[in-house]
Write a protein that binds this ligand. Structure first.
Ligand code: G3H
Length: 249
């Protein structure tokens, strides 16, 4: 049985002031039946770990390098994330693929390093609007999935997030059928590659304009094991009802 996961990606948002909301979230969902992960910017990793120390919230990074250390100005290694108290990392987000020209091969190398360091990797995949309109979505997702995910996946070290690029921060969401089609496809692909046991244990998240208003409908879709939430994860007021919807699903 897969445990549901509500993950918040703060992106390049948040200051020490934001830790108050994190603390409120921890109190509101203590003993939750779902996993809760918050990925703040690197500057807040250590204080966020401190803030959630008495709650059930896990803290993760938003990226890592594929090397353990060295002359890579501005980068952070998986070992450094672990050292800061993180237990997970988001990799291959479409914003990093676009802003930093990351390829699926880069993502795979980073994921390999992160998993070797003991981090749970949340690997992001998603099609552009142009690709969806060309009815090419499953080909795109299939290629990203096989190229971005390294060998050796387990239900503990791998989470896959389906995030259509056109749905991120836009207020647009795919229909439940469209989400279900991609999630069922990813499940089949993972089962085929890693075997039924592992394939069925990997959690699949949906991301892209998840809000308190649409969360319950999205969590009712088959093979949706939770969400990767951007904007609505920045305040406890918005993220808490999303977590509650997941708890109730
Ligand atoms: O990582 C999160 C996604 O990019 C979704 O962002 P959003 O919830 O603001 O649309």
């Amino acid at each position: 049985m897969r445990r549901k996961l509500a993950a918040g990606n703060w992106k390049m948002n948040g200051t020490t002031q934001s830790l108050k909301d994190l603390s409120a979230l921890g109190s509101a969902h203590k003993g939750s039946g779902v996993d809760i992960l918050i990925c703040p910017p690197a500057t807040l990793l250590a204080p966020a770990v401190q803030t959630v120390s008495r709650s059930d919230i896990r803290i993760g990074g938003q990226d890592c390098h594929d090397q353990t250390n060295g002359a890579h100005t501005g980068d952070i290694s998986a070992e450094m994330l672990v050292d800061a108290g993180a237990s997970a990392v988001i990799l291959g987000h479409s914003e990093r693929r676009a802003d930093h020209h990351e390829t699926s091969e880069d993502v795979r190398a980073k994921a390999k390093a992160a998993q070797a360091a003991g981090l749970m990797t949340v690997i992001c995949l998603g099609e552009s609007l142009l690709q969806r309109e060309a009815t090419n979505t499953l080909d795109i997702i299939g290629a990203q999935l096989s190229l971005s995910v390294p060998d050796g996946a387990t239900g503990e070290n791998l989470v896959v997030a389906y995030e259509p690029i056109w749905a991120i921060g836009s207020g647009l969401t795919p229909t439940p059928d469209q989400i279900g089609e991609v999630h069922d496809f990813m499940r089949t692909r993972l089962e085929r590659r890693f075997g039924a046991g592992v394939g069925r244990s990997v959690r699949l998240l949906y991301g892209g304009s998840v809000k308190p208003e649409n969360a319950a409908e999205i969590f009712a879709i088959s093979n949706v094991d939770g969400a990767l939430v951007g904007g609505a994860s920045l305040s406890a007021k918005d993220f808490s009802p999303i977590i509650s919807a997941l708890e109730a699903s």
